[in-house]
Unconditional design. Structure first.
Length: 181
C-alpha cells in the first residue's frame, strides 16, 4: 500500500506544471557606467524597441534603472547590468530580453565584460502536500533528524555543477507566492 501511495504521488508530481515567473540576464563588468542608462539612450541606439514605454526611470552615477510598461526592466550599477522580464505569458521563448542584452553589448563594445548569467525563476504549485514535507520526503533519508519539536525546518535544495567555463546552479526552496491581479 505504501508503495502505491508513493507511486501515485510520484506520478502526480510528474503532471504538475512548472510556471516560469521571471527571466533575467545579468552581465558583470569591471566598469559599467550606470549614468548613461536612460530611456533616450536605449531608444536612440536601438537597444530597445521604440514601442516600449518607460513608466519609471532612475538615472544616477552609482545606479540606474528603467522600468517599462511591458514588465521589462533594465538596471545597472558599476559592476552589474541586469535585464529582466516577468511577464509569464511570454516566458521563456517569447521574451525580448536576449535581443535587448545583445543590442546593449554591441553598442557598448568597449566595456570590459567579465561574465554572463542567465536566470529563470518559477514554481511548481503543491496543493496536495506541504512543500517542506515534499522536499524532506524526496531528498532526505528518513531518520530522527527529520523530526522537529516546535521548530519549522528550513528545507531547501541547492545543486551546483561546474564545467570548464560554465557554472549551473539550481536552487529549490519552499515558498508562498502572492499573486497580484
Amino acid at each position: 500500500m505504501r508503495l502505491t501511495t508513493r507511486k501515485k504521488l510520484y506520478n502526480y508530481s510528474m503532471l504538475m506544471k512548472f510556471t516560469l515567473t521571471d527571466f533575467n540576464i545579468v552581465i558583470l563588468a569591471n566598469a559599467h557606467n550606470p549614468s548613461i542608462l536612460n530611456p533616450d539612450f536605449l531608444r536612440i541606439n536601438n537597444i530597445v524597441d521604440a514601442k516600449l514605454n518607460p513608466v519609471e526611470s532612475l538615472c544616477t552615477p552609482p545606479i540606474s534603472q528603467i522600468r517599462y510598461d511591458d514588465n521589462i526592466s533594465i538596471a545597472a550599477d558599476t559592476e552589474r547590468l541586469t535585464f529582466s522580464d516577468n511577464k509569464e505569458e511570454r516566458l521563456p521563448s517569447g521574451t525580448p530580453i536576449p535581443s535587448i542584452a545583445i543590442n546593449y553589448v554591441n553598442v557598448l563594445k568597449h566595456v570590459p565584460y567579465k561574465a554572463v548569467g542567465i536566470n529563470f525563476m518559477g514554481f511548481y504549485e503543491f496543493s496536495h502536500m506541504v512543500p517542506d514535507q515534499f522536499l524532506l520526503n524526496k531528498f532526505i533519508k528518513k531518520g530522527s533528524w527529520c523530526e522537529f519539536e516546535g521548530i519549522q525546518p528550513g528545507v531547501g535544495l541547492n545543486f551546483a555543477y561546474k564545467t570548464k567555463d560554465i557554472i549551473f546552479n539550481l536552487n529549490i526552496n519552499p515558498a508562498n507566492i502572492l499573486r497580484r491581479s
